[in-house]
Design a protein around this ligand. Structure first.
Ligand code: CA
Ligand code: CA
Length: 151
């Protein structure tokens, strides 16, 4: 292989590695789970982001019960950026039947924001979380996402 080809390959590898790097903020461990929030907003994709979480040994956020939600709402209230964060909850398939994308189990307790879910414009099949609760939102928006990983 010519030297130039090798250098080009190296440049491609380095750029690929840098672009593939995702910075996360870590929330305190709660009931044996660690929660990671991607630091930068980017186009959301359920399969892609869940794949990233799986690469870290977990999955996109699932909510088992009200106390898990309460803990997250408290932690989110302490963060500077309070914009909503994508979860792994979706109703793709049957409208209004919310489940966890990773394992297809029914979504646990969902503390919806006022007047949500509204399936706005018939096109809101993903769910985000913020200090105000859950909201169904477009699956292809720009945003951060949260992974849940055994601690
Ligand atoms: Ca929907
Ligand atoms: Ca909505």
């Amino acid at each position: 292989m010519a030297l130039q080809s090798i250098l080009l390959l190296l440049v491609v590898l380095v750029i690929g590695t840098v672009q593939g790097y995702v910075a996360y903020d870590f929330l305190p461990v709660y009931r044996g789970r660690r929660y990671l929030i991607s630091r930068n907003a980017e186009p959301f994709d359920l399969a892609k982001m869940n794949g990233r979480c799986r690469g870290s040994g977990g999955h996109l956020l699932k909510i088992d019960d009200y106390s898990e939600y309460r803990n997250l709402a408290y932690e989110l209230s302490r963060m500077r950026d309070q914009s909503a964060i994508y979860t792994g909850i979706t109703d793709l398939g049957i409208e209004g039947h919310f489940y966890n994308y990773n394992d297809k189990t029914p979504a646990g307790h969902l503390k919806w924001r006022r007047r949500q879910p509204d399936n706005w414009k018939g096109n809101e099949n993903c769910v985000d979380i913020s200090v105000w609760g859950f909201n169904d939102t477009n699956c292809g928006g720009n945003g951060r996402y949260m992974c849940e990983i055994p601690a």
